[in-house]
Design a protein around this ligand. Structure first.
Ligand code: NAP
Length: 250
């Protein structure tokens, strides 16, 4: 097995995850592109990375499902080698709604996809990275959201609360594994140009809100990817349990 560093990026078929996978591959990481349903875009990204001389595999896994998560990590062990970086990025959004119209099914779906998934992937990463388990350390970067601070009233408090849970997961886990060679940080993007806003029922949401952003524009996925890359690299070696806000000043 080569000494190339290995990174798993969840939900990497499109959006911020895809930009992150591409950036890590371009920096010499062997990358696991995880996707849930969009095989076509995951394969297209893999072809691009390989054409540029990078190394990657695609792994279908619903990261909210425990068996899928353990299978994905075992596949990476076998096909890429020892894991050094986990980027927990996969996430979902439901149609904009006030809280009084939310069903238990909707709320549970948000929590299992946005929170349980991060916990399960962190668990598998810690088992492999922690010096307590014979590992060589590593870095976890969680993709939270500015929504954890704003609360997203009238749009999706359920989503915002799921991201609040990710901030707390980041803090707690960073302290739990700090002496075991693992750093855990998170990024909190603001309004980023991806297809996620269409899932929330308003594809042009950034156009409507851009004037309240001090930088007067939405962010690009690669601008988030660059911050994730910095947090994963040795350049941020004294940072753990931190939140990096990428919201154009909002
Ligand atoms: P996106 O374009 O909708 O991409 C999300 C990806 O997550 C999709 O590729 C989807 O995979 C994957 N996914 C969802 N549930 C999954 C699961 N259970 N298992 C595996 N993959 C799953 O969204 P994005 O904007 O890039 O968002 C990426 C992260 O940034 C999310 O955590 C989001 O909450 C956060 N964020 C985004 C913004 C923004 O303005 N865009 C702002 C703040 C935070 P498939 O397509 O294969 O189903």
């Amino acid at each position: 097995m080569s000494s190339q560093k290995v990174a798993i990026i969840t939900g990497a078929g499109r959006g911020i995850g895809a930009a992150t996978a591409q950036l890590f591959a371009s920096k010499g990481y062997a990358v696991c592109i995880n996707y849930k349903s969009n095989l076509k875009s995951a394969n297209k990204l893999a072809e691009t990375i390989i054409a540029q001389g990078g190394k990657c595999i695609t792994v279908q896994a619903d990261v909210s499902c425990e068996d899928d998560v353990t299978r994905m990590f075992s596949t990476v062990d076998k096909e890429l080698g020892a894991l050094s970086i986990l980027v927990n990025n996969a996430g979902i959004l439901k149609k904009q709604s006030r809280l009084e119209d939310m069903t238990a099914d909707r709320i549970n779906s948000i929590l299992v996809n946005n929170v349980t998934s991060y916990f399960l992937c962190c668990r598998e990463a810690v088992k492999r990275m922690s010096t307590r388990h014979g590992g060589f350390g590593g870095v976890i970067v969680n993709v939270s959201s500015g929504a954890s601070r704003s609360g997203s009233p009238n749009e999706y408090i359920d989503y915002a609360a799921s991201k609040g849970a990710i901030d707390t997961l980041t803090k707690g886990l960073s302290l739990e594994v700090a002496a075991e060679g693992i750093r855990v940080n998170c990024v909190r993007p603001g309004l980023i140009h991806t297809d996620m806003h269409a899932d929330g029922g308003e594809p042009e949401r950034i156009e409507r809100l851009k004037n309240i952003i001090p930088l007067k524009r939405g962010g690009q996925p690669v601008e988030v990817a660059e911050a994730i890359y910095w947090l994963a690299s040795e350049k941020s070696s004294f940072s753990t349990g931190n939140y990096l806000d990428l919201a154009g000043g909002l």
